[in-house]
Design a protein around this ligand. Sequence first.
Ligand code: F6P
Length: 543
Amino acid sequence: MPTAIGGPAWRALQAHQEKMRGLPLRELFAQDAERGSRLTVEALGLYLDYSKNRITDETLQLLLQLAEEAGVRARRDAMFAGEKINITENRSVLHVALRAPKGASIFVEGKDVVPAVHEVLDQMAGLAGRVRSGAWKGHTGKAIRNVINIGIGGSDLGPVMAFEALRHYSQRDMTFRFVSNVDGTDFAEAVRDLNPAETLFVISSKTFTTLETMTNAHTAREWSLAGFGGDEKSVARHFVAVSTNAGEVSKFGIDTANMFEFWDWVGGRYSMDSAIGLSTMIAIGAENFRAMLDGFHQMDEHFRTAPFDRNLPVLLGLLTVWNTDFLGAHTIAILPYEQYLKRFPAYLQQLTMESNGKHVRLDGRAVGCDTGPIYWGEPGTNGQHSFYQLIHQGTRLIPCDFIAFGQSLNPLGRHQDILLANVLAQAEALAFGKTAEEVRAEGTAEWLVPHRVFEGNRPSNTILAGRLTPEVLGKLIALYEHNVFTQGAIWNIDSFDQWGVELGKVLAQRIVPELESKEEPKLAHDSSTSTLIRRVRKLKGAH
Ligand code: F6P
């Protein structure tokens, strides 16, 4: 596919962007009384208001043309058809198959993968049911009360985010914890008040070779065994694995009967709805987990079939390209006004940045424009009292995605109205600001006026839904997955590999023995790294 960057729509957007400079949001709204209801899309119970972006109908038409020139449609269809669109790893990209309903067919190399997906889901439901009901007994006959997921990256962030997001629906008499960091503190704090006899570890690793996860898994094994006088037979009752690598799982000592499989066509950051979601399923039950999968699937179908000008993920992806490549934004703030979504921004960081943090196109040539923006964020209203100052009055353009729900899962007096008033007010303030005249009219001293002016013209999207349910969470996640896909297709990059994480891993493996060796090691690094290694060796000895 030839790149659309620098093509007719791209060049037209560059010229158009010049025109847009003199058209602030205040003016765009003044010109069109219907703008706030017109530039919106509602689908699957999600309402997207994108009217507070610095766009006109012409911008939108050009962005839609760009999507056509970039071949987003063909690329999307190739993904759904199981083609190996992850070209650098020669793999299909089929997270959509993880939520395909029973009876659907999706083929990889001539084999329908949907039946296997449902077999694993049933196997997961079996374990989840037994653990939740207490029928699964630990080595000493006690029921499991604590579940600890050990994993990192996609094998951690999705489970943590989903557990927090759906905590309302979780089994409250059980404890769920997540260990990811190789920093021993993470493990130590997770188990310090737990009884090994009541604790089940879910070792989640696609490859089962990841240094952090395997280090934590071995420590967990020692901790658990110590609780049973070293009886190796206990491992089968206290460890299960989620992996694509049966060989490594059984080498670790976990019975492969207690292994939950997934496949190399599931990328780590797209895997929370695979067996990697086992801890989520234990927490919320199989029925809620299936409702979440149904939400994912509904968004998949919307992405696959809705016309691009009414297609939620396509519109969000195109607006991101507009803000990033034509308005010069470097970041996107994800601002959920829902406390249960507190880990959603962290989850999206891997999804978006590991996917689209690429500098070359599929053909290996330089992309020629900015790619993946930096995603970050915190729940509102907390962020308002911290970093929003910079978004309102700083010198940088920071597009924001506000996410809010009509109903709280914990209705308490006026809390929800106050929360919702705040999210609406923030989007309004960012878009329209406050002029010097308005500030003066309040009787502000002249010298203070510039400090109190809000320029406005800061773009944002507002996404509204009724209530945070498992189904809605599935829709939201798939919305961002396909948003990321759309961006990557425009940039013509491989959104599904992650070679950029490799070099640091290899270098760390070299440095470990240099830190551990009794003898002073011969160091052949650059002078900074060598000096730091010597300094760390000294500090290690200091108490
Ligand atoms: O280091 C990056 C990465 O490969 C992610 O893409 C992945 O989600 C994570 O490590 C964990 O990998 P695994 O599930 O194989 O342990």
